[in-house]
Design a protein around this ligand. Sequence first.
Ligand code: ADP
Ligand code: MG
Length: 579
Amino acid sequence: MSPIVGIDLGTTNSLCAVFEDGKPRLIKNAHGNVLTPSVVGVLPDGQVLVGQAAKELRVTQPQRCGSRFKRYMGTSEKLSLGDQQFTAPQLSSLVLKSLKHDAEADLGVTVEEAVITVPAYFNDHQRRATKLAGELAGFRVRRIINEPTAAALTYGFHDRQAEKHLLVVDLGGGTFDVTLMEIFEGTLEIVATSGESMLGGEDFTDRLVSNILQGEGLHLESCEMRQPLRVARLRDVCELAKQRLAHQDLVEVPVPDEQGMITDQAKRVPVSREQFAMLMTPLLERLLGPVYKALRDGERAPETVAEIICVGGATRLNCMHDFIAAKLGAQPLMTFNPDEVVALGAAVQAALLSQDRAVDDMVMTDVCPHTLGVEVAKLFGSQRNSGYFEPIIHRNTTIPVSRESVFCTIEPNQYTVKLKVYQGESRKVKDNLALGELSVDGLPPGPPGTEFVVRFTYDTNGILEVEAFVPATGKKYSTVLTQPQSSLSEDEVAEAVKRMQAVKFYPRDELENQRLLRYCERLVGEVSPMHREQLESAIDVWEAAMSSGDREFFLRAREGLLIVLSQLGYEFESDSGAE
Ligand code: ADP
Ligand code: MG
């Protein structure tokens, strides 16, 4: 039977896992890595590169590459890659497709079904866009699950008989999610989830960048406009410095010049772990809001939390650990690699869906992360004000859930009601997210006060369906809410799938050669002018050999290129770890 794979479709990296022999296992890509950079590149001949090879290409030909497109899920933003334009679901589908190829190469069977994870705080549009991306990649998307829920599933799977409350904190590149969970005799109950969609590891880097520029008498925003190369390079070095502080007490940050170059004369700013932690305090403080909100919604006191589980690359920050430990009185845990735990949990969810015997004693329940409701008008004496948000399903209600509310018309002989559906926590709809609308028409004539019933059904994928019913006429109305780029009919999706299938992927077993080519191209700009010619001619031979089909020539060219690289003091890592 073809297995269901579990996929963590990340902003920075994506991973794929499968449940096999009673446990989840990560699948390696063509380069032998479990992390596939979420980067897509289009070569001049239209062939598509995904992952490490695309990441290399991005250094020399950024205009041909797209990355960080998860941020645009649920919008109609288009990104240009070379002369082609792609939406975020299309680019995501290319990453998914590449993971699908890797899974098929590993398992030796066709893989058709997937569980895909999304940040808990993804709204309805973003979830639909993710599901669409899966379909464009040729998957049947069996379930969209929240990333912290997936992480919790990994921990719950390995510690099933425990009886405790866990807090999952997921600090990724751009988002922060908190989930409170209870494990009880194999039942994993998500109690509450909350988050902040504008806070992530990148803000920590940016704060360091901003601080260093300040030391130079510069302001980040204006400098970014006037000296973009300098800021881009400084961001790179600050990112590295931040990561080094995980195992070093002191780092030095070189300050690039206006062209983004780091010369021997470049100023070096020392940053100690303490200074860094101090500088990050305002960001650390912001972590507390979502943590306390989840605890409040779950009606649990901070002392009842037995374990704090870390997910996401940015939880490697020491200052975050120390801060959380100090505030909550429990040490954050990293029993599982914070990069891998979400994909592993998605595979556990896949096992639950395929009723694998290894999980037949496990049950999981999740909650809906946002409040869902409709716009209403309120009467104040004879004054009528519209624009108010009336909740129908409150946040952190266990899903799947179906709830009804009764509303009535406000005008005499009102024939139609436009039911506007929103998601969010504000009392005014203008501050919430519009999800779509449903027209309830054919209402019987009469005085104001004709009743109609509105039913919201929120499924386990976190996708909302809205129905209305008019008791006086017996008429029913229903809609699956949609928005522009995901409002495709089944036929349109099928058509889009066909189009995406026409995309030619660079052959998987030759990706490594492509990556070597791109790696060397990057070095061309880095080696001293003296060595440039030698490197370039070795690259030319390699490029010719790649397309020659002559095995002997190919092997000799590769050997020759690797020798030139090592003479110049570079090492191309053909397996994991190459950056
Ligand atoms: P996403 O799920 O959003 O793709 P990840 O979980 O991969 O994000 O986390 C990416 C973030 O983790 C980046 O902001 C990166 O700077 C940060 N990060 C990765 N490694 C480290 C480290 N050793 N120390 C601090 N931050 C790190
Ligand atoms: Mg993540």
